[in-house]
Design a protein around this ligand. Sequence first.
Ligand code: GDP
Ligand code: MG
Length: 706
Amino acid sequence: MAIMSVIALAGNQNSGKTTLFNELTGASQYVGNWPGVTVEKKMGHLKSNKKLMFLDLPGVYSLSPYTLEERISRKYLIEQPPDLILDVLDSTNLERNLYLSLQLMETGLPMILALNMKDLLKKQGRTINLKKMEYLLSLPVVSLSAVKKENVPDLIKQIQKSVKEPPKYPYPEYDDRLESALTMISQQIQSYVTPSKLRWYSIKFFERDEEIQQEIKLSIQQQREIEDIIKTAEEIFGDSSDSIIVNARYDYVAQIMAMCVIDRNDFQISVSDQIDRIVTNKWLALPIFVLVMWLVYYLSIQTIGTIGTDWVNDVLFGKWLPDIVGSLLSSWHVAAWMTELIIDGIIGGVGSVLGFVPQIMMLFLCLGILEDCGYMARIAFVMDRIFHRFNLSGKSFIPMLISTGCGVPGIMATRTIESEKDRKMTIMLTTFMPCSAKLTVIAMISGTFFPGQSWVAPSAYFLGMLAVVGSGIFLKKTRMFSGPPQPFVMELPAYHFPRPGNILHYVWSRSKNFVQKAGTIIFASCVLIWFLSSFNWQMHMVDQNHSMLKTIGSVLAPVFAPLGFGDWRATVAVIAGLIAKENCVGTLRLAFGSNSAQSFAQALNSTFSPMAGYAFLVFNLLCAPCFAAIGTMYKEYGDKMWTFRAVFYQTSLAYICALSIYQCWLILTGSFTGLNILYAIIGLSIVIYGLMIKKDKPVEKNEALI
Ligand code: GDP
Ligand code: MG
């Protein structure tokens, strides 16, 4: 029976071995020298138990024979193996310390891990999952502080237990290819070493350790065999044998670190995270988003933006410019038709569009702030959660966000979507979002038909989103677009105060585009529309009711009758909207021939019911986008058929939505006929069918085979 058990304290320098040794042994220590060298050898027994002898090994970083200390420790561990290794680790430097632990484990001796400096770990904000580490390494692990004397009794208990029944642990197993090389080496050397040392010697032979090669005299044949094994492994790994082992150990350490160490800093709740807890909360995220967007539109369309717009419309383009230009023109004796073109066509038409600049600037100021402070990234994240439920990818949301500025860059932004099907679908859906041009229609409708009601403008925004999600649900079930959604990984940047420079740039670049467009496309369109509305087919100047424009509008107007705006002027506005959505407003203004914004609003109100106005908004919001956007779709699809499909889908959807909304509204307000019920049923059933339709399963299977 062993009277005395020897426990060797091993570990990196400064891991606290000596401090712990002193704490364990107290006054019982005696100091000698390691044989042949002047390195101190300290021994001492446990204060409370003389049978437990402790030995303070020199601090080392590895068990390779590079330094004197390493040589001593290694020679000792192999030649006079202690009963137990007490591996002392500095837990604030766990990674480096564990590297030595693995080598100590390779010796095959019973071992305990003492994670020292527990007190510092706390300050570092780290937590080590001891149970998990014990499980992964199959070793007892005790966390303590030698200086603060925390948990030392626990360690003593564990030492006593381990000495009685030495823990048996499996060696850390490395890469399979390395393991098979080690197994082959162990077969060559097994008759020379005891089984418990086989692992150690195999590794050392693999490392071409010269001391070991001298210590164990293998035959030339065996040496050659081992060299072949090593060479093969080196070829497989493309690395030298000692690096292979070093890397294997570091990989192993990295695994343990990843699994057992929790960095509380990673989880510490910053202000950003606290905001996110609310803003991205499962239940609150959407209501908050709705509220935020409502506020954005309230500020830009309803209140602040409107003050500017009213001034531009009523004063600048309603009075000053017409008056000044009018008196100039009459003093120059300009022809009547020319005066009309300039005053009504250009100042009236372009002016009605430019009137929205203050509202647009306000909108982009709000959106710019939301984007720059980091809120929009959260919305993309929240939308991904929702989109995913319907098999859509959150990646589709980014193009939608961009499309709130302009559909053209929005469509181009789909390039980040790798899945071809998802990309095609997103191109088709992204222009449902209200762009700055559509904002003119939104502002006009809400201002004309629903003055003082703040729900109209944001409702257009959410209708656009709903159209995207609803279409996604429907289209994803068809064979053309089916497939699992792409994972969408995004990092949420911390919130920060919006930078004025960024926002000004954001507002400026978008308003600039808008104004430029007014000066070019809209200008040209206004001239064209004025011409069509002022001449008949015989090229005689006539009043509008006999103009070419009326003939064109009247042909198509019945198509829009079920939507409530089957009027030739509204019809022409829709068509002109294809050139640019701002034309909807400009054309209506021209067609109603009203001088002031007020008389324009009166004229519209006496022609259409508010709900017809809303249906007009819905249709123009969702139908085929302007030519510029259609051209971009064509460029991105690279295919006429796909472009046609997209335009067809968008226009059909716009029609069905406007139809359903208008007719249901009529029914709900009690003014309806049998025809209205029929229309409503047709519209709604198409929508419901689209959402409820079963997945195209068999086709998907076929595709999987391809
Ligand atoms: P050795 O090189 O492994 O023998 O380490 P030492 O015992 O000499 O300790 C190195 C340094 O770490 C000394 O300054 C100790 O005071 C300090 N130290 C040891 N254990 C702890 C501990 O648990 N907590 C803290 N904060 N410091 C410690
Ligand atoms: Mg020391």
